[in-house]
Design a protein around this ligand. Structure first.
Ligand code: ADP
Ligand code: ASP
Ligand code: MG
Length: 412
């Protein structure tokens, strides 16, 4: 008998009909003789609705209370699913994050899981029940409710699979796997049968929302066999694996996009040690992640520093920086929220050259201006005006011929 963790996202539990479908799938696995633990998200649109309720009161909300509100969506979906499973004849029991417990740190709205306690779940499984667990939430050391960041149920599922030493963790969603680009933007994107953890990590961190980045990190760290598949149709989906020789031959595997960042430029920063540390340190103290950073000294000896932060943290970042920017006597601070990041990802970039050239040439042919560039071993990202984002994604998908089978691509 094997233990399977299944995770169903918001669309997959978006209506009562779909919840019945999820119940039937969980029961099918149970009837095959597996022990089944199901993690679910809130019904589609529900978390957005809860966030909007908070923001309707103020932009400067207390994050502890934000978590209390947004964690509520999953309470409804787990209860409904447990009822639907029992209605189809199998005993089921639902649990919230704090009941299981998912112990996390206290960084509200983006807490990290420290430990998942498994006793209660294992005891119910041993009694022949299907156990339904709320994704996206946990409890900190003081007993406060925490949430794991948007898309966090993926991470709940993988953490559960690791703690329960599950044989499989299957992420059921509204697409039948991981694609060469978001299929909602690129109609001829291809589904990948397999993808390396490395590439999936980059893709997730660069905006491919199909898996939350932390879930991929945990899957890699704890060797959790992870698959992404459709909750609506049958099919093998995409399996996450270690990298192999074949994967390295493909230079670019995917094009991703992210419109969740904003750009901040501090102009006229004095050219002396410590100023970058002051700026970045102030943001770190406020738990704001800085992504791309560019710093350049002009001919006059002044430095401009440009970086990106999550768009949701844009306002706080400007406020947090006000004092430090004055203290280092920088001239001015400017920001722009209408930007997007588009990236090419591929492990083959480690051993091949010319990707940047091809990427920049393709964008320039479409008249798309590049505002910032950053590279790592296996990715190249550009920041551009948000209004050109979709065009840029499609242009690059074509330029690297990602609609073709990997074996048939020219120079890629
Ligand atoms: P869920 O609610 O099931 O967690 P999400 O909306 O979080 O689903 O993630 C699935 C969505 O991710 C898809 O509908 C798709 O639009 C988007 N997506 C973005 N990039 C990719 C990609 N490369 N492959 C597959 N899906 C992608
Ligand atoms: N319901 C949460 C969200 O919308 C968690 C998730 O869907 O994974 O972000
Ligand atoms: Mg998701």
């Amino acid at each position: 008998m094997s233990l399977i963790v299944q995770k169903y996202g918001g669309t997959s539990v978006g209506t009562i009909e779909r919840i019945r479908n999820v119940a039937a799938r969980a029961i099918a696995a149970h009837k095959e003789g597996h022990q089944v633990v199901v993690t679910v998200s809130a019904m589609s649109g529900e978390t957005n609705r809860l966030v909007a309720l908070v923001e309707a009161i103020t932009d400067h909300y207390n994050k502890r209370e934000y978590d209390v509100v947004v964690a509520a969506g999953e309470q409804i979906s787990i209860g409904l699913l447990a009822i639907a499973i029992e209605n189809q004849g199998v005993p089921a029991r639902s649990y919230l994050g704090w009941q299981v417990r998912f112990r996390t740190d206290s960084v509200y709205s983006k807490a990290r899981i420290l430990e998942v306690e498994s006793e209660r779940i294992l005891a119910d499984l041993a009694k022949g029940m299907i156990v339904v667990i709320a994704g996206f939430q946990g409890i900190d050391e003081e007993g406060n409710v925490t949430t794991l960041g948007r898309g966090g149920s993926d991470t709940s599922a993988v953490a559960l699979a690791a703690a329960l030493k599950a044989d499989r963790c299957d992420i059921y969603t509204d697409v039948d796997g991981v694609y060469t680009s978001d299929p909602r933007i690129v109609s001829n994107a291809r589904r990948l049968d397999r993808i390396s953890y490395e590439e999936m990590l980059e893709m997730a961190s660069l905006g491919a929302k199909v898996l939350q980045i932390r879930s991929v990190e945990l899957a890699k760290k704890y060797n959790v066999p992870l698959r992404v598949l459709s909750s609506m149709e049958e099919g093998g989906g995409t399996l996450l694996t270690e990298e192999d020789e074949l994967m390295e031959k493909v230079i670019v595997s995917a094009i991703t996009h992210n419109r969740d960042e904003a750009k901040i430029t501090v102009l006229g920063v004095p050219d002396k040690p410590g100023v970058a540390a002051t700026i970045v340190g102030a943001l770190a103290d406020a738990n704001i992640n800085v992504d791309m950073i560019i710093q350049n000294i002009s001919a006059s000896g002044e430095t401009d520093m440009t970086f990106t932060v999550p768009r949701g943290d844009y306002q706080s970042a400007l406020e947090v920086l006000d004092q430090p920017v004055k203290s280092i006597a920088a001239r001015e601070i400017r920001g722009n929220k209408s930007i997007a990041k588009v990236s090419a990802v591929g492990v083959g970039m480690r051993s091949h050259t010319g990707v940047a050239q091809k990427m920049f040439a393709a964008l320039s042919k479409e008249g798309i201006n590049i505002q910032m560039i950053s590279t790592s071993e296996i990715k190249i990202s550009v920041i551009l005006d948000e209004k050109y984002m979709e065009l840029a994604v499609r242009t690059l998908h074509d330029a690297f011929e990602l609609d073709k089978d990997a074996g048939d691509r020219v120079n890629n």
